[in-house]
Design a protein around this ligand. Sequence first.
Ligand code: NAP
Length: 291
Amino acid sequence: MILIDGKKISTEIKNEIAIEVKKIVENGNRPPHLAAVLVGHDGGSETYVAYKIKDCEAVGFKSSLVRFDDDVTEEELLNKVEELNNDESLDGFIVQLPLPKHISEQKVIEAINPKKDVDGFHPVNVGRTVIGLPSFVSATPYGIVELIKRYNIETSGKNCVIVGRSNIVGRPLSVLMSQKAINATVTVAHSRTKNLEEVCKNADILIAAIGSPEFVKGNMVKEGAVVIDVGTSRVKSDLTKSGFKLKGDVLFEEVADKCSYITPVPGGVGPMTRVSLLQNTLLAARKEIFK
Ligand code: NAP
């Protein structure tokens, strides 16, 4: 069994990006610039945005943080999005989700100029991905495909089962895995799937994006399968200082020995998600998606 090291691969990619940024600056251009919009003080969102800013610094990007209190109106937020759309000093920006209930996330996503939508959530980018045009692909599916490529995992003609059909993970990943460059035969499973155990057992590549800790057990995995664990659930633990532990969707102890490759949690998909946002920002700065 080979443990897929997302941390190592993401560090390699960060180094590659840093070299590119150096070249951009040496050629007399400004470094890529990413902005993050953060509404309220949700602990998880604060942490994610702090990571994004730290990652920008690590590769030499400029970053900006735009903060609003919880009671910002939808109109105020939409006005800010419009301002960022028109800010030529900025290559891309993200609006950290979730937003407070009184604001329509869909409206905000659709207000972002697709050319600056480095989260890849705008329907234009999703649609372009579906028909195989250059697009900003959301960070987690992008990172997973990058991991599979960099480990030279054979995908052509393989049965790929993705458990989960969310707009940010399962569904876009199913599109990428079925594209001609990857050529997997894809099944998307979800909470209404019948005989899930059998469906999963048929997978050469099994990707769990459920959000249910240790849901995938040994009896659901074929010998020699590649297992990608997207899940990150915080569960209480007496063994850590913080009082919680991060658990994946896969019962690692039962599944690992059966696999040819498996991602750990933490240290698998998570770091790849982080670095994919940087990759999208670099693409935005080079105007490589929308020419
Ligand atoms: P989500 O929007 O809640 O979607 C979960 C999906 O799992 C849904 O499609 C749901 O089916 C399906 N599901 C739930 N229970 C199921 C069951 N018993 N059997 C089969 N399918 C089931 O979650 P998400 O945003 O995709 O995230 C999934 C997990 O990945 C979470 O733990 C999240 O924290 C993690 N995540 C990690 C990263 C990372 O960078 N590592 C990034 C994003 C997300 P229905 O559609 O039928 O409800």
